[in-house]
Structures are given as C-alpha cells and as structure tokens.
Ligand binder design. Structure first.
Ligand code: ACO
Length: 324
C-alpha cells in the first residue's frame, strides 16, 4: 500500500508585475533580472487576498481533480511562511471555508520546503488510516517583500498549489522521501520582526524589519548543494537512477540553481520543469504549482517517475519521489 497523489490544483492571482515594471520601482533592469534569476514576471495577490484565499481556490481544484468531496477529507496540512495571521492556522480557516467538519487541520513552517514537508507528514497520516488528506503549499511572500530592496523584491510572487493524498494498492504513489534542516545559517534568510523575538513596534516598522532579508549569493551556494543532496539521497532510497526520471520538479527560486542541480544529476533540461519565468519564487506554492502545470500539460502521465526537490529558509531541504 502506498500514499498516492489523487488530484492536484493550483491558483495564481490575476495581477502581474513584469521586469519592466520593476525598472520603475528600483535600480534594476529586465536584462539583469532575466539573466541572474530567470524570472520575467510574477503574480501578485490583490489587496483583499490573503494566503488562505489563494489556497482555497487551489484546494477546490485539487479536490475536483481527485473526485473527493471536502466533507470526506480527514485532514488538512498547509505549508506556509505567510499565514493569514499568526493564529489560528491557515489550515483551520480553510477547514471552515471548505466545509470540512470533524477533521484536524494545521500549518507547518519550513520555508520553501514547506510543501514537501507537509506531503511527508500527510503520507504518514494516510498510511495510518486517515484517508483523503489535503496538502497545500500557499504563500503571499509579496506581503513581506521590501520593494525598496532590489536584491530581493524582483524575486517573489504569490500562488497556491494543492494535492489530495489517498491510500491505494497500485504501483502509483510515494516511493521515497528525504528531509533535512540546518539552522546554523538561519540569518542568511529571515524576517527579523513580528515574532516573539522582536514584536511589532514603531521602531521595527521604521527600520523595515518586517520584510524578507536575504544574502542571496550565500543562499545560492547552499541551495545548489542541498537540492542535489536531496535528489541523490531520495533516489538512492528507492534504488532509482536519475536517468529513469520522467521529470524533475525543483523549487523555482533561480534558473541557475535549477540548471546547476540538473547538471549534477546528468539530467537534460527537457526533463526539468521550469516555470519561474512566469511566476517567480512562490515559496511553498512553487512545487505544487509546477506539478499542476506538469499534469495539465501532459508532461507527467500515469506511471511516470517524478522527483520533487526543494530548499528554503531554515535552512530546510528535501526530496519526494513518486510514481504518478
Ligand atoms: N538589479 C540589478 N542589480 C542587482 C539586483 C537587481 N535586482 N540585485 C542585486 N544586484 C546587484 C548587487 O547589488 C551586486 O552589485 P555589486 O556587485 O555592485 O555589489 C550584484 O548585482 C551581484 O549581486 P549578487 O547578490 O552576488 O547576485 P547573484 O548573482 O547572486 O544573484 C540572486 C542574486 C538572484 C538573489 C541569487 O543569489 C539567488 O537566486 N539566490 C538564491 C535565492 C534562493 O534560493 N532562496 C532560497 C529560497 S527562498 C525562500 O525560502 C523564501
């Protein structure tokens, strides 16, 4: 018996900012952003849209694609770094809105690896007789983006992606996973204020401490190594070689990170899903958003082997290998 992905869905808000829009906001250029990150445009949540609003539409689509009614869910696990509010969890807000009584729902925080961590947690529930678990990665990172900082503001977009995990006895399902974290370099990517360490005050707002602070080039080096480790270890656990993969779905942070990872795995780029040109870095939404695109466009079909790998704040990283 295995936990398998029975349905997938995603949602991106309507508003789009392209690189030329950023030329008017900070000292940057379309050429710099495209060549250094691979990003061309990103979707931005409307003023009245919070993370749970994006997650709601992604969840509805995943439930429809799985043919599962929300009343038949047994749990909701949401990976997010930008919940609607510190508490209650975004998952509980979704439980109410989806109309899923008598289940349990909670958020997990693992930066951009949040969706894969959530999937790993959900797999354990599914294998322990909680069938139909809704797993969501959703973020509105643009709400904590500093639009005066050219080194970060061009990178992020908003989105949500969701899958429904079920238990089945076919060959389809999660074959192996690997999760890791290392908090020793947390300062390289963090949001300093707003938590118990530095509660909100006039000073924290004046000093712009409620936004993402990232040393991009340091994070870059760690990301390549961690994503490759995650891929190699996950494949090894399942005794699968990279050449057997139909598709690698990496976290969409930077095209150069993705290309370096593919190169180390000896995978041609036509077997790697890249959509960050259209969405930027959507944090926990990045992998389910890409998976949804892969399924909808036929790049992943029944029985294909797919490896998802991610890296994010913490630092956290991981891989999940499944047969679709
Ligand atoms: N436009 C023009 N110039 C810029 C811009 C910009 N938008 N941003 C930075 N620069 C300049 C810098 O100021 C610097 O100038 P200097 O040499 O005069 O000092 C120069 O470009 C090079 O800066 P680097 O930071 O070294 O640029 P790099 O090539 O590393 O690219 C980037 C920066 C795109 C951020 C890259 O490092 C990256 O993608 N890092 C990893 C991000 C990541 O993976 N994050 C983890 C997941 S995210 C999450 O968990 C939320």
């Amino acid at each position: 018996m295995r936990a398998y992905i029975a349905g997938v869905g995603s949602y991106t808000p309507d508003k789009i900012l392209n690189n030329f829009d950023f030329e008017k906001i900070v000292d940057t250029s379309d050429e710099w952003i495209r060549t250094r990150s691979g990003i061309q445009e990103r979707h931005i949540a409307a003023d009245n849209q919070a993370t749970s609003d994006l997650a709601f539409f992604a969840a509805k689509r995943a439930l429809k694609s799985a043919g599962v009614k929300s009343k038949n869910l047994s749990a909701i696990v949401v990976g997010t770094a930008t919940p609607d509010m510190p508490f209650p969890s975004t998952a509980c807000l979704l439980q109410k809105r989806l109309g899923a009584p008598s289940i349990f729902a909670f958020d997990i925080s693992a930066g951009c690896t949040g969706f894969l961590y959530a999937l790993g947690i959900a797999e354990n529930f599914v294998m322990n007789n909680y069938d139909n678990v809704l797993v969501i990665g959703a973020d509105t990172l643009t709400r904590i983006t500093d639009y005066t900082d050219r080194t970060t503001c061009v990178l992020f977009g908003d989105a949500a992606g969701a899958v429904v995990l079920k238990k089945g006895n076919s060959a389809s399902g999660i074959l192996a996973s690997h999760f890791a974290s290392d908090g020793s370099s947390w300062q390289l990517l963090h949001q300093p204020a707003g938590g118990s360490r530095m509660p909100p005050s006039h000073e924290t707002v004046d000093q712009r401490l409620h936004v993402i602070k990232m040393q991009g080039n340091e994070v870059f080096k760690l990301a390549v190594r961690a994503m490759c480790d995650a891929a190699v270890i996950t494949l090894k656990k399942a005794n699968v070689s990279a050449s057997q993969l139909k598709l690698l779905i990496p976290h969409q942070a930077n095209i150069r990170i993705i290309e370096a990872s593919a190169k180390r795995l000896h995978l041609p780029m036509d077997r790697v899903l890249v959509n960050l040109d259209r969405y930027g870095n959507t944090s926990t939404a990045s992998i389910p958003l890409a998976l949804d695109e892969a399924v909808r466009t036929g790049r992943v079909e029944k029985d294909d082997l797919v490896l998802m790998v991610a890296f994010g704040a913490g630092f956290t990283w991981g891989g999940v290998l499944f047969r679709y």
